[in-house]
Design a protein around this ligand. Sequence first.
Ligand SMILES: Nc1ncnc2c1ncn2[C@@H]1O[C@H](COP(=O)(O)OP(=O)(O)O)[C@@H](O)[C@H]1O
Ligand SMILES: N[C@@H](CCOP(=O)(O)O)C(=O)O
Length: 293
Amino acid sequence: MVTVRAPATSANLGSGFDVFGAALSRPADVVTVEKAAETTIEVTGVGAQYIPEDPEKNTVGAVVEALDAPARIHIDKGVRPASGLGSSAASAAGAAVALNRLYDRGRSRKELVPIAAEGEAVVSGVAHADNVAPSILGGFTVTTAEGTSSVDAAIPLVVCLPDVAVSTRDARRVVPESASMEDLVETVGNAATLAVGMCRSDPALVGAGMSDPVVTPERARLITGYDDVRERAFGAGATGVTVSGAGPAVIAACRERDRRDVAAAMLDGFAGAGIEARAYQTRIGRGTTFLDG
Ligand SMILES: Nc1ncnc2c1ncn2[C@@H]1O[C@H](COP(=O)(O)OP(=O)(O)O)[C@@H](O)[C@H]1O
Ligand SMILES: N[C@@H](CCOP(=O)(O)O)C(=O)O
């Protein structure tokens, strides 16, 4: 039996649509796998009632197929589904790392990224790897068709998750099909600023690069209260605020000393819109870890 802790992640970070990702120190899924003749999946924890246990429909089923590793699988969800915090990816990432060890498949962590991404295709229609990469590797990740680069970064974060669901599949439908040269230049500048900020563990630079003029404004419209949450977070000291993944979670970068105030301000913003929310005071963290030695 192998048990792992697979972290939530935040993809895009504004300027890095389908490319940037960050592992969060909390929350996380816990995935346990045991060899079996046929694959069975049991799901418990946050939002378990909304998650299919049929291997054809659960993200971990595609991972089992890709690694040819049938197993009895238990997923204890700490990451709520349809959150924008890489919930479906956390389970797939955890399953990939755990099954690789259980069956001694010998794949490197980087080789497991595209395998876990197959699970994302099951739920969102696209095998985007910007969530599974940080959930497997940890840190800040840059994922392209050529592979993933990662760097550890010490950046305090707040993610505020309103009590509404947005499916990634639906939120991908509002992404514009094209962008102007002006928007391209702005996005490249922001993305480069953010990447330098990650390499220097500088919350001011990371925050300055956390916006984009193309995708985020469209996604923000799907999140009631977004503008107020953003404004209040900046008022409390956030250095940058954007939609986490496809939403509805909103993510803020900040300095350690401001994190508690930023979390309270974001909760106030959602409360002002009549929406209950939960704030996680978190930071960029490690990738999937083994819990059983
Ligand atoms: N292991 C899993 N964990 C979470 N969601 C899953 C899993 N397997 C399938 N799903 C489905 O994926 C959808 C949530 O994924 P998605 O919309 O990408 O949200 P998130 O941003 O939280 O990953 C839900 O419809 C859920 O039922
Ligand atoms: N790049 C994807 C990321 C989706 O992240 P999720 O946490 O909402 O699943 C996108 O923006 O569609």
